[in-house]
Design a protein around this ligand. Structure first.
Ligand SMILES: [Zn+2]
Ligand SMILES: [Zn+2]
Length: 249
């Protein structure tokens, strides 16, 4: 598997990064894992907007889905289009939410562009991958994801506060892409996001090979502090991801 970071900013785009969007490729299949605000820029710069085979949205917050609304224009109106309907795996309600975000109600649904497949907890095949989705600790229906291919494992926290599900999803993963939105030095609301230390603790408990920190909130954050907090809690390799970062798994 190859992971390419298209965007990694938490909650809103940063000056130098779009919101969460990760391209995961194997056997020539390209899966977009989340597609947040501004991520069309990352897809054009680090990927290929003509080559996406499926989209999986962990949840329907803007910073994880609005790029998929922008992408409608490409798939529907490109000079070399229209492109065939693209599978979108997402929590219930994605079809209505995305149509509403894209335009006026009289424009109708996006069924010519997307084939919506309602995601629920469980394990299912997606292209060459085996996906396991489990509800995590976030105010709306949100799925943490475990992607397996050819004996290798990439786990993704999505957005989540502390919960046991995360270490189960990431158990023994070669790579764990984990959000670290909050600072340990701040007082944070519960059941929403993780701090660097909490991300490190999940990585340690799950015994992952490598911890990739993402979804830092640029305007309020301190990347150095987040990194130090995570590295203090996890002995293995820790890295803050950047747009354009590529990882072979
Ligand atoms: Zn988010
Ligand atoms: Zn969220």
């Amino acid at each position: 598997m190859r992971l390419t970071v298209l965007g990694c900013a938490g909650s809103f785009p940063a000056p130098d990064s779009a919101c969460s969007a990760y391209l995961v490729e194997a056997e020539g299949f390209s899966l977009l894992l989340d597609f947040g605000s501004g991520a069309m820029s990352g897809l054009q710069r680090y990927g290929d907007m003509r080559r996406v085979d499926a989209i999986l949205l962990s949840h329907l917050h803007c910073d994880h889905m609005l790029g998929a609304c922008d992408y409608v224009v490409i798939r529907r109106y490109s000079p070399d289009g229209p492109y065939p309907p693209l599978p979108v795996y997402a929590p219930a309600g994605a079809r209505e939410r995305m149509a509403a975000a894209y335009g006026s109600p009289d424009e109708g649904p996006l069924d010519d562009v997307y084939e919506f497949r309602t995601m629920t907890a469980g394990t299912f095949p997606l292209g060459p991958f085996t996906v396991t989705a489990e509800r995590v600790n976030h105010p709306i229906e949100t799925y943490g994801i475990r992607l397996e291919h050819d004996g290798r494992v990439l786990a993704y926290s999505a957005d989540s506060g502390v919960c046991d599900v995360l270490s189960r999803l990431a158990s023994g993963a070669d790579m764990f892409l984990c959000e670290a939105s909050y600072l340990d030095s701040a007082v944070n609301p519960p059941d929403l996001h993780l701090t660097g230390r909490e991300a490190g603790e999940v990585a340690a408990k799950a015994g992952v090979g490598r911890l990739l920190l993402t979804h830092l909130v640029s305007a309020w954050g301190d990347a150095e502090e987040t990194y130090r907090s995570a590295a203090a809690a996890f002995d293995g390799a820790v890295e803050l991801v950047r747009p354009g970062g590529v990882y072979e798994i």
